[in-house]
Design a protein around this ligand. Sequence first.
Ligand code: SAM
Length: 285
Amino acid sequence: MAIWDFDYSSVSSITRLLEENGLGMTKKFGQNFLISAPTLDRITALCGLDESSVVWEVGPGIGALTTRLLKTGAKVTAFEIDHGFCRILREKAYIDVPNFRLIEGDALKTWKEVYEKEGAPDMICANLPYNVGSVFIASVIENRCLPSRMVYTLQSEVVERICAKMGDEQYSGFSILTGIDYENHEAMKIKSGCFFPSPNVDSSVVVMQRRKDPLVPDKEALAFLNLVRVLFSQRRKNVRNNLKALGLASEKIDSVLDKSGILPSERAEKLSVEQILTLLRNLDR
Ligand code: SAM
């Protein structure tokens, strides 16, 4: 096995590599490489991998984190959309590296096939543009692909939403979605100078550790998440008005809210997971 010895901290080495291969960085895919070795080492440590681990990395780029993940001995499946970067990973970086596998294409479309064949990995890590990152996280949780741990580098604002508790300004439907199966904390902030090129937003790393006892029983999770979507569908509307999207008569909505101890005028962001679960169970009666 021969893992490529490339200096991922050197902007001139990265620029030369891209030039030699007729490649560039694409804004559209949020391509900002991590060039800080201590930051990459810390993210790798947060992943907590060993030889027995199966890990997915979404958006490996040219492999700054991938190389470190591979060195733990873990089995790494990398999902990359940029065909030029894929060529570098396949033909230069990890030729004959047995614990590396590349899935080329849009991870939002490709991950499910791997999941259906092989089940959830032990770990997922990614450094993705925030729009792709939040859609990806929502998608794995909604499809009940639940690794023991996930480590994401994202725009700080998105990490704040993931970690928000009820009552926090950032608390949203996304906080609930990411919180029912995982305990989440911001492990570190990353300065924009740690990336090449530097993004003009702040970044943070969030660690999502699977709960031993999920806040919602697995058999009710999908119905619960559908209800969360309905409750948060229009932020300015109150709970009663958002529930009308379920096609229920107003009297039924009022009686269910009353039974659940929720004021019709309440906003969804004031509801706890327990209250939404009670509401779900009363709606089903
Ligand atoms: N992991 C590398 C690092 O930390 O230096 C690169 C991170 S860069 C912020 C984001 C990477 O995600 C790029 O390589 C980009 O091409 C890739 N990417 C963006 N959207 C993607 C998608 N939908 N599916 C797979 N990869 C994607």
